[in-house]
Design a protein around this ligand. Structure first.
Ligand SMILES: C[S@@+](CC[C@H](N)C(=O)[O-])C[C@H]1O[C@@H](n2cnc3c(N)ncnc32)[C@H](O)[C@@H]1O
Length: 257
């Protein structure tokens, strides 16, 4: 009998698993209360309809947000990965850094575009930011996608990268920098990305919020060709339904000196 790799598809995980759980549990509880209210005789008909309608709206919103977050992690990010990597003019021998690589989505995507180059990912493996992220998970995804020999991972904080100045040809990052809550910390991370990037190197920084802040920071800190890759009408809708917390897009920039 032949041995088969039972995990033949990479698993790039679910972001913010605690929030996803909150949306699904909150939605299910609200829905359960709607049914209890509808079938109980405690309330008069008019208050009963009012309470059920409000809770029904809350349940729909919470369950919808839970599904949308799953869609973001499982589908949207994978589609966006190739578009983001297309922003780099690859020669195939680049040294690439993925900042906050998690289970290796961008890291592995970049490695697939390399012939003789290497891709290094750093992360602190914070479980509340991505379910089951680990160095082993990133390496396992690299193996499944056939690029394990071109990939390395290290445990490091994006505010203090353990690499020399002017070291990488390309720095990528996806949905990671916003996890630093203080603007000063996010600036430290951006400073580090600029520091380790070689002259003429490219940064592609995708995130769910703060993209304008990143673009301005790059512009004021020696980066050129700073471009915001967003869709204003989609951003408007996503920000409206997520109360300003979720509108994924990216910034790209080049280091000129
Ligand atoms: C939402 S996940 C995204 C992971 C991956 N880039 C992707 O797109 O699938 C954010 C990642 O950032 C990492 N992270 C958060 N703060 C960090 C820090 N200060 N330094 C390095 N990594 C960090 C988390 O551990 C997590 O793996």
């Amino acid at each position: 009998m032949q041995a088969r790799n039972i995990q033949s598809k990479p698993n790039y995980g679910i972001d913010a698993p605690g929030l996803v759980r909150f949306f699904f549990i909150g939605g299910a509880v609200a829905l359960a209360i709607v049914f209890v209210t509808l079938f109980s005789s405690v309330l008069e008909p008019i208050p009963k309809i009012a309470v059920s309608t409000l809770l029904g709206i809350a349940a729909t919103y919470l369950l919808g947000m839970g599904c949308f977050m799953l869609y973001g992690s499982r589908v949207m990010k994978l589609k966006d990965r190739e578009k983001l990597l297309d922003l780099v003019q690859w020669s195939g021998n680049e040294l690439v850094l993925d900042v906050g690589c998690g289970r290796g989505l961008m890291l592995v995507g970049a490695a697939k575009r390399l012939a003789s180059g290497r891709a290094i990912g750093i992360d602190l493996w914070q479980q509340h930011d991505q379910a089951d992220n680990s160095a082993a998970a990133a390496i396992s995804n690299a193996a499944i996608e056939g690029v394990a020999t071109r990939v390395e991972v290290e445990t490091a904080d994006m505010r203090q990268l353990p690499f020399p100045d002017n070291h990488f040809d390309v720095v990528v990052s996806s949905w990671a920098v916003h996890n630093l809550e203080a603007e000063a910390d996010r600036e430290k991370a951006l400073d580090e990305m600029i520091r380790v990037l070689k002259c003429n190197g490219t940064i592609v920084l995708a995130d769910i919020i703060h993209q304008v802040e990143y673009a301005r920071y790059f512009q004021h800190h020696g980066m050129t060709d700073v471009r915001l890759h967003n869709n204003p009408s989609r951003d408007f809708v996503l920000k409206a339904i997520s109360f300003g917390s979720f509108a994924p897009s990216a910034v790209s920039a080049r280091k000129s000196r």
